[in-house]
Design a protein around this ligand. Structure first.
Ligand SMILES: [Fe+2]
Length: 390
């Protein structure tokens, strides 16, 4: 299936997955010739006893390491600046991120500054990083962000109340480690929100104006896996198998969107995080059905396929009707895992809609959204999502 436009399918990361995979990290560091490592993480990882397992394997492999554990959700520039000081002082030659998307995004940002210098905002946008970065091993402890395989790092500028994305091939980790045993004690609410983030990655990449056959293959399978496993990963008592499948799905979805790109849900979710500190997965999950409804007409055949893999009965329906079923499937899943249905419930201030919409339009994701859009469309979407008017 050749197309007339030239696309790039990025596939750099070796994905290591399976129970207890983290216990081999020292071996991978050695393979990558790392001798002095900066571990980038958040305080919760240490508290949960997960850092200990990483430290043990590094000690066994005789690797020197320094821990930077000051990452917070929606990480601000200041955290990156603190981290780069620690990295320079320790003269590291390899980075390990262990945690959720925030730890990985901060590790990527520190890595860029370490070899390229300057200010982290200089690199906002697409492929602005000139010099090669050091190897990065990304160890996922949540099953949703996909950052362990993506080209993206999202950092918050608190002064501007704005989240900016650094999209660069230099951000893609050398190795991703997916170890479900690190995810065994995840709170159900976190599984729900990060799982819906992964679903948003897969759906946005699949229907994107920049979708390509390679990313489609990944995206549609991720949608199916998430649809089949997210409810049980959140609610079932003995859920490790489902968490494991969610972890795989979220990594696959990450690889899908690094190539197929994203759309208006992410363009709009980032300002919500920057302004109101709404968790990324929750913002996405609330916005997703509203944006899908807006986008349906632009790409109905793909939405119809989403409905099918999410288990909807589309027999006898025309393409347009089948596409509507995708919307219903997403709403059912989101409601079943306890996600609020509107932005009012999560503290959005409607008087900020003009700024939210203006900031959304600064995102590169508006160009890959399947349906042509204007700032007025985005304002209407924010208003509808605030009121719960679907
Ligand atoms: Fe996301």
């Amino acid at each position: 299936m050749l197309q007339d436009k030239i696309s790039i399918f990025r596939m750099k990361t070796n994905v290591v997955y399976g129970n207890n995979a983290v216990d081999n990290t020292g071996v991978y560091v050695r393979e990558l010739k790392g001798t002095r490592v900066l571990i980038v993480t958040d305080p919760g990882i240490k508290k949960a006893g997960l850092l200990e397992r990483l430290e043990k394997t590094l000690k066994e492999a005789d690797i020197n390491y320094t821990v930077f554990d000051e990452v917070v959700p929606n990480p601000p520039i200041e955290v990156v600046e603190k981290g780069i000081e620690v990295a320079r002082k320790a003269e590291v030659d390899l980075f390990i991120a262990i945690g959720g998307g925030s730890s990985m995004d901060v590790a990527k940002a520190i890595n860029i500054l370490y070899t390229n210098g300057g200010h982290i905002k200089d690199y906002a946008g697409v492929e602005k990083v000139e010099k090669p970065t050091l190897p990065l091993i990304a160890i996922a402890t949540t099953c949703g962000t996909g950052s362990e395989v993506t080209w993206s790092s999202v950092i918050t500028d608190p002064e501007e109340e704005f989240k900016f994305a650094i999209l660069s091939s230099q951000n893609i980790p050398e190795i991703a480690i997916i170890d479900p045993t690190l995810m065994a004690k995840l709170p159900p609410k976190l599984i729900a929100s990060t799982g819906m983030d992964a679903l948003t990655h897969a759906i946005e990449a699949y229907v994107s104006a920049k979708a390509q056959p390679f990313s489609d293959a990944l995206a549609i399978y991720a949608i199916e896996l998430i649809s089949d496993n997210l409810r049980k990963a959140v609610h079932y008592q003995d859920n490790l198998e489902n968490i494991s499948k969610m972890a795989i799905a979220s990594t696959i979805a990450g690889a899908a969107f690094t190539n197929g790109l994203l759309g208006l849900v992410h363009a709009m979710a980032h300002p919500l995080g920057g302004m109101f500190n709404i968790p990324h997965g929750i913002a996405n999950a609330i916005l997703l059905p509203y944006v899908m409804k807006f986008n349906l007409v632009a790409n109905p055949e793909k939405f119809a396929r989403i409905a099918k893999v999410m288990g909807e009965n589309i027999e006898g329906l025309n393409e347009r009707e089948a596409a509507e079923k995708a919307l219903q499937a997403v709403i059912k899943l989101s409601t079943d895992v306890g996600i609020p249905t509107n932005l009012k419930e999560v503290g959005m201030d409607p008087s900020k809609i003009d700024k939210l919409a203006a900031d959304s339009m600064k995102s590169g994701n508006v160009f890959s959204n399947p349906r042509k859009n204007t700032i007025e469309d985005v304002k209407t979407l924010f208003r509808n999502a605030y009121e719960g008017n679907l």
